[in-house]
Design a protein. Structure first.
Length: 210
């Protein structure tokens, strides 16, 4: 029995996030360009050999030494700023894709729409429990120090028609994945997972909303 299901958790503030990403990207590029220029100046002004006997030669040697050191320090500083802005922008305009293919759940993180990073490929056989984060079992698993929580949604409030689902799995240790999805994803998982995987106190989302 084959199955394929796919959906995405998109930032509800995606328009603002896209603008913020663009601004941070431009600023980070400026910092990188300035850092490269300063480091090149630093390299080309490193004094080699002796300063020479004359006062002019010694002064030129010291000036080159100072310029090289100053540009080197400034270049490293701007490189640090570039790194900070690069990491900052990577948190903006982020979404997550969930793809379920015949017993395997694939979770990917998408940066600025066009760059994708695979987070996990979870086989149904490795799932320990699946359920709704509104239920007590989620808090119990979250408080367990042996479980590492991985939030796979950019939102704190689920979009209309979706809910926050957790997946506790043996994946390089115990991992507690939090997804923002429709109940259809859970239904597809349960076609392949053991019945015991679904939490005992799970309530269908349709009943829950009544």
């Amino acid at each position: 029995m084959d199955a394929f299901y796919e959906e995405s958790a998109i930032d509800v503030n995606s328009v603002k996030s896209a603008k913020r990403y663009k601004i941070l990207h431009i600023v980070s590029v400026i910092f990188l360009v300035v850092a490269i220029i300063l480091l090149v100046i630093c390299l080309f002004n490193i004094p080699f050999g002796n300063a020479g006997a004359s006062a002019e030669a010694q002064a030129a040697h010291e000036a080159a030494k100072f310029l090289s050191g100053f540009c080197g320090v400034q270049g490293v500083m701007f490189l640090g700023f570039w790194f900070l802005f690069y990491k900052w922008k990577s948190r903006c305009n982020v979404s997550f894709d969930y793809c379920f293919v015949s017993g395997e759940l694939r979770i990917s993180k998408v940066f600025n729409v066009n760059r994708r990073k695979l987070i996990a490929r979870i086989d149904c056989e490795d799932m320990v429990q699946v359920g709704d984060i509104d239920n007590p079992s989620y808090e119990r698993f979250k408080s367990d120090p042996t479980n590492k929580e991985i939030v796979c949604t950019p939102n704190v409030v689920a979009a209309e028609g979706k809910f926050f689902m957790y997946v506790l799995a043996n994946y390089n240790g115990k991992k507690l994945f939090v997804l923002e999805c429709r109940e259809a994803l859970l239904m597809n998982i349960m076609k392949f997972a053991k019945r015991s995987v679904l939490e005992s106190d799970y309530v269908m989302q349709e009943r829950k909303q009544k």
